[in-house]
Design a protein around this ligand. Structure first.
Ligand code: MTE
Length: 362
């Protein structure tokens, strides 16, 4: 095992803070991602919190602020287990960097997306116990990990609007795939916001505040905004582009891998597709002739409303190099954008352009 109990072949973009994704081939064939394979995205050092002395403070626009231990959470609220896909907003950024450089941002491939079964309690149940007041519009989440990305350095935090925060799928989770969270995934308790960009699923959660405003910190107010191509992310103000929430329709080819060689003839092409929120993927098309003709892949049913869907199709590879392309549709008839040029943005978020790999058949 390499650092943080991850598999040896993780693509480590940064050791400190630890930022790593599995090779996409490791996601193939696994609707649930093993913990040692699950990507990890961190903005600062991984805190080492003692689960017995850990407390969650819930305050702000509530009738009675509360402080809860892990044992309180487990004893006082109904336990829920949900399969949920997390996707980083920077997933597939490498495809945008290939269009134009994005200084200071990691070149994530399609492995910054993973799925686990998460166990915890509904945040909404805890907010009910505290007596959420009507004036609350947002719920803010704070963690102790201090990031040196903002100047001056800042502890990580985020918020989600109260409507999402009180939806039953939003969890305060202490377990992942049936085992206690590991430090790198937010032990002892993290937030899981299904269907939304991973940045909102705050790890090492310590403080929940109901507020009239969204969280004012860097990672909510400044980062994770979709800026127009000409904007300077260093100076763009909050109004320059929308704050990202629900995940956009996306797909990736998991096998064969980009640059691989295969015998000419039939090859099974597999991948994932994910439509964000509780939407399902309606259809996945695959082309072996750069989009002139398309065949429809077999798409698995999701493992619940909050997960990706895997898909597969057999394609005939002629001798030589073939570019395989995949694209997904959602139930509204929306289709992914064709080219990364169509959506290049200065922070390199939401690359949901068509998936492509080049395979050489001999
Ligand atoms: N929570 C804290 N406290 N600090 C962080 O740096 N990163 C966020 C989110 N929660 C982060 C955090 C981002 S951008 C993502 S994509 C997910 O955690 C990644 O979760 P994982 O490391 O468990 O995969």
């Amino acid at each position: 095992m390499s650092s943080w109990d991850k598999r040896e072949d993780m693509l480590v973009h940064e050791q400190d803070p630890y930022n790593a994704e599995p090779p996409v081939s490791a996601l193939a064939g696994h609707p649930v991602t093993a913990v040692d394979t699950f990507y990890s995205r961190n903005h600062g050092p991984v805190p080492d919190l003692d689960p017995t002395s850990w407390r969650l403070r819930v305050d702000g626009l509530v009738e009675h602020p509360v402080e809860l231990s892990l044992a309180d959470l487990q004893a006082r609220f109904v336990e829920r287990t949900l399969p949920v896909t997390l996707q980083c907003a920077g997933n597939r950024r490498a495809g945008l960097i290939a269009v134009r450089d994005i200084p200071g941002e990691d070149p994530w491939q399609g492995g910054a997306t993973s799925t686990a079964t998460w166990t915890g309690v509904a945040l909404g149940d805890v907010l009910d116990a505290a007596g959420l007041l009507e004036e609350a519009q947002h719920v803010c989440f704070q963690a102790p990990d201090v990031s040196h990305i903002p100047d001056p350095p800042e502890a990580y935090g985020a918020s989600v609007p109260v409507g999402k925060a009180t939806s039953p799928e939003v969890l305060l989770a202490w377990a992942m795939n049936g085992r206690a969270l590991t430090p790198v995934h937010g032990a002892p308790v993290r937030l899981v916001v299904p269907g939304w960009i991973g940045a909102r699923s705050v790890k090492w959660l310590q403080h929940v505040t109901a507020s009239a405003e969204s969280f004012p910190g860097h990672f909510q107010a400044t980062a994770y905004r979709l800026l127009p191509p000409a904007a300077d992310p260093g100076t763009a103000d909050a109004a320059a582009g929308p704050s990202l929430g629900p995940v956009a329709l996306n797909c990736e080819i998991l096998a064969p891998g980009d640059g691989q060689t295969r015998p000419a003839g039939p090859v099974t092409v597999t991948g994932y597709a994910y439509a964000g929120e509780d939407r399902t993927v309606e259809r996945v098309d695959v082309s072996a002739d750069r989009g002139v003709t398309w065949v429809q892949a077999r798409v698995d049913a999701p493992d619940g409303p909050w997960t990706w869907q895997h898909w597969r199709i057999d394609v005939d590879l002629p001798p030589g190099t073939t570019e395989l392309t995949a694209r997904a549709w959602d139930p509204t008839g929306a289709l992914q954008p064709q080219q990364p040029e169509d959506l290049w943005n200065p922070k390199g978020y939401v690359n949901n352009s068509w998936a492509r790999v080049r395979v050489t058949a001999t």
